[in-house]
Design a protein. Structure first.
Length: 372
């Protein structure tokens, strides 16, 4: 098979970060769009993207795109695509997807027509009329946006944010891909000294440790495409070996987390161990009222409790005031704080040196950066 076209969905605000990462991996034709990155590469690059991507939510094969405003156009467009290049005669291929601002808006109808079109295409190629669908599962995903249909095959299985180390979490966990994006924007190095006074389940600390040691986030998990018949098992072994060889040993990076909840401390330490970075991540009980960044050159990244989720708005605003007093700048101290509060800076007491719009799920946030 020649180069494979891929689609990598990502959180809004993370597109350029994800695109830069794919270029560093060796991908060509990388283009960032709203909520996704388009790219292409050889078969081994599909495995590399799944194993190594810190910021993408999934890796999807882009089977093809076309315009459709009628069900007939949808059927013909889907049937024209080379499904036999991927799906075998015994393989399963369930269909799901979404439609926004398009004339074809009934998801059940679209699912039924797409499934029928793929079946008709495969009938012609395999010369059979009944598909048992007892083999490997190829999850077909479609998106219809402003009448443009994109047909994809999911290669990841579980979302890429599920690294495998966080089976349990606190009440308001930060998505791993968002935590990694915050760390990337803050610039994590092998000798970074990192603090998080609201560590929760340890996501920021762990993602930073993985980044500092150049540990691929997907090394410890399985991907749906490992069962795909058109991909050689050798590809996955070689890419895992490559990723393992890139890991930096015995770096000077250190991460210290604090939380007022003892259960969060236990969770952070347990998750760090599962992620294989317990050597670099420490956590202890602590209140932000007592927090002082002890190092002259250090970095603090945090996700303080949101007023609409864990505290009422007034309590959250009081918390921001405390942070503004405790987070002393200068001497190389830098602070990166994510919040959905429109007036965070007002309550924190300082205007950010820079801001970046990010989304925590469906919640629009700002990453407030203090580094001067």
């Amino acid at each position: 098979m020649s180069k494979i076209n891929l689609v990598a969905p990502c959180l809004f605000g993370v597109e350029s970060i994800a695109a830069d990462e794919f270029r560093r991996m060796g991908f060509t034709d990388v283009n960032a769009e709203n909520g996704r990155v388009l790219l292409s590469g050889e078969e081994n690059m599909l495995a590399r993207a799944n194993i190594c991507s810190r910021f993408a939510e999934r890796i999807m094969i882009n089977v093809g795109e076309f315009e459709a405003t009628t069900f007939t156009e949808l059927f013909d467009g889907v049937k024209s695509l080379p499904w036999e290049d991927f799906i075998g005669r015994d393989d399963a291929f369930p269909v799901n997807g979404w439609s926004i601002n398009s004339q074809l808006f009934s998801i059940p109808d679209c699912q039924s027509i797409i499934k029928k079109a793929i079946v008709e295409r495969l009938k012609l190629r395999y010369h059979i009329n009944i598909f048992a669908e007892t083999g490997s599962e190829y999850k077909i995903r479609f998106s219809i946006h402003k009448n443009v249909v994109t047909m994809m095959i999911d290669t990841s299985g579980e979302g890429l944010h599920k690294r495998g180390y966080r089976r349990n979490s606190n009440d308001a966990p930060l998505k791993e891909t968002l935590a990694a994006s915050m760390c990337d924007l803050a610039r994590i190095y092998p000798d970074t000294q990192l603090f998080d006074p609201f560590c929760g389940s340890g996501t920021i600390l762990i993602e930073a440790a993985l980044m500092a040691t150049k540990t691929a986030p997907g090394l410890r998990r399985f991907f749906a495409a490992e069962r795909f018949g058109f991909l050689d098992d050798k590809i996955w072994r070689e890419e895992r070996t490559r990723a393992q060889d890139l890991i930096l040993k015995n770096v000077e990076f250190r991460a210290q987390g604090y939380d007022i909840d003892p259960a969060c401390i236990e969770l952070t330490l347990a998750n760090a161990k599962k992620a294989g970075v317990e050597k670099y991540v420490k956590a202890s009980i602590g209140d932000v009222k007592d927090f002082k960044a002890p190092e002259k050159r250090c970095l603090t990244i945090c996700n303080p409790p949101y007023g609409e989720r864990l505290l009422d708005v007034k309590a959250a605003e009081e918390l921001y005031k405390v942070m503004g007093k405790q987070f002393e700048q200068g001497e190389g101290r830098k602070y990166f704080i994510i919040s959905p509060h429109d007036e965070f800076e007002k309550h924190y007491g300082k205007e950010a040196d820079k801001r970046r719009k990010l989304y925590n799920g469906m919640i629009k946030c700002q990453l407030f950066m203090y580094f001067k």
